[in-house]
Design a protein around this ligand. Structure first.
Ligand SMILES: Cc1ncc(COP(=O)(O)O)c(C=O)c1O
Length: 492
């Protein structure tokens, strides 16, 4: 806020010439006309003065007869969000800030309001255009092509897996993985409850029934004890799931070894939903490569993006070959169009795969940047009644999103209060995912909590947590501002 208001003040007895000279010298394009008590009467722009002169006044006349006008103003407690909305609604670029007596104490200019700070935005490098231009130069715009083949090979190499299929979305990849594992009507599929709906919708696509598994506190991901309890119960009922979808939340791998042990005991395959965890590791292996199949998402807010897209990976070549077949309408190898089974149109285009190839080249930089964002939050929020999402020592988290919980015993502030405060400062936060077992869509589905007594970790995380802006484009200055807003909110 510009507080040099004293340089912008004129009174009724000021001359037009004096007002014009003041306008000329001040950096702002606005003057404040005050009464003798120092209260704002109206604002004055170049246009207002021009109209005054055109009405027959001279440069030596005073401003006494200038028409009255109600100024659009703000108070010191008006938020940037409200100020911006007011400026937009009234088509103006300045707002005088008035105290309780109507005296100006500042002037807010549109350019003083920082741009909105968003949760996680695409971050292109200098490489993407190169591959996209190749696609245009060769007119390889249509589905499939050299970028798709190369993106699959390069991503498979990066994560250290045998085979990959580039698809239209992460959700499509989960759908195909379940289809390939034979999931169908009447089957059950276990799935992490604390996730985005894209993890569990594909279970419904196939007419199967989800059973949701709680999180554990150390990783916020699937609780191995809840999973083991659910598998034992399913085995007793003679109704083992066809698959277990393990989600790796916010760039953090689940504790895969005990989960694998539990699944291996009953021969149930794992689909690793690594939509949010590309670049993370678990005990030396890339997140997404520990199950029978793994999936990644490249939608707009992910650590790397193709604007929209996904990848299915596996060491089993048959799975990936079948995925490619199912993703191209199940077209049989015949010169005419021969189809024996229902399939999908799920392949990634050659243009988008070009973006993916460029993004993959900077993935390690993006991981480093997001980890640095997380580290700055840890440092900047130290001492406050908040706990950052923990990072267990079994591997590297990418911190795709930096998330925290409010220690409700030490603050009366709840996540929605904090999100509202952030939003008023044009900072985008987001609640922790609403667990799937609480979603109306899945009402009546079975749920296994982490605690044998029913203690639910995902419900607590949902009630206490938020995600903060975490993108690799976030500047230190922006982050300092976010930290300051949180500190102030928690102090009041
Ligand atoms: C955990 C999780 N699973 C699945 C998906 C679905 O991916 P997509 O949006 O590419 O379909 C997403 C994100 O979008 C996700 O966050």
């Amino acid at each position: 806020m510009n507080n040099q208001v004293s340089e912008l003040i004129v009174h009724g007895e000021s001359t037009v010439r004096a007002a014009m000279e003041l306008l000329d010298h001040s950096g702002e394009r606005i003057l404040l006309l005050l009464d003798n008590e120092g209260r704002l009467l109206r604002t004055l722009t170049d246009g207002d003065i021009r109209r005054y002169l055109l009405s027959g006044r001279t440069l030596d006349d005073t401003l006494e007869d200038i028409p009255a006008q109600t100024a659009v103003t703000m108070t010191p407690s008006t938020t940037p969000q409200q100020a911006l909305a007011l400026m937009n609604a009234r088509g103006i670029d300045h707002l005088p800030v008035l105290d309780e007596l109507g005296r100006p104490v500042g002037l807010l200019a549109r350019c003083d309001i920082h741009a909105p700070i968003l949760l996680s935005i695409p971050h292109m490098s200098e490489h993407e255009r190169e591959y996209v231009e190749q696609a245009f130069a060769t007119n390889w715009i249509a589905p499939l092509g050299p970028n798709v083949d190369a993106f699959e090979a390069e991503l498979a190499e990066y994560v250290g897996v045998g085979h990959a299929a580039a698809l239209s979305s992460g959700t499509a990849a989960i759908h195909l993985a379940l289809h390939i594992l034979g999931v169908g009507r009447g089957d059950t599929v276990f799935c992490s409850s604390l996730t985005f709906i894209g993890s569990s919708n594909p279970i419904l696509y196939l007419g199967a029934e989800p059973v949701f598994i709680d999180s554990e506190p150390n990783t916020w991901n699937m609780s191995p004890v809840a999973l083991a309890r659910a598998l034992d119960a399913a085995a007793r009922k003679g109704r083992l799931p066809k698959a277990v979808i393990v989600v790796n939340l916010y760039g953090q791998s689940a504790d895969m070894h005990p989960i694998q042990d539990a699944c291996d005991r009953y021969g149930v395959p794992i689909v690793e939903d690594a939509a949010e965890s590309l670049g993370a590791t678990y005990r030396g292996k890339a997140s997404g490569t520990l199950g029978a199949m793994g999936i990644y998402s490249f939608n707009g807010n992910k650590i790397i993006t193709t604007s929209g897209g996904g990848m299915l990976v596996s060491d089993n070549p048959d799975y990936i070959q079948r995925a490619k077949f199912l993703a191209t309408q199940g077209r049989e190898p015949a010169p005419h169009y021969e189809h024996k089974e229902m399939a999908y149109n799920y392949r990634m285009s050659n243009v988008l795969a070009g973006i993916g190839r460029g993004q993959l080249r900077v993935l390690e930089d993006r991981v480093a940047a997001r980890r640095a964002v997380y580290a700055r939050y840890v440092e900047g929020l130290a001492g406050l009644p908040v706990s950052m999402m923990p990072e267990p020592g079994f591997g590297r988290a990418t911190h795709w999103l930096s998330a925290l919980t409010l220690d409700r015993s030490d603050t009366s502030l709840c996540p929605s209060d904090l999100l509202r405060t952030l939003s008023s400062e044009l900072i985008e936060g987001r609640p922790i995912w609403k667990p799937m077992h609480l979603q109306p869509l899945f009402a009546g589905c079975e749920y296994y909590a982490h605690g044998a007594d029913g203690t639910s970790i995902s419900e607590r995380l949902f009630a206490e947590g938020i995600c903060l802006p975490s993108g690799s484009t976030l500047t230190e200055k922006e982050q300092e501002h976010i930290i300051k807003v949180i500190r102030t909110a928690l102090a009041t």
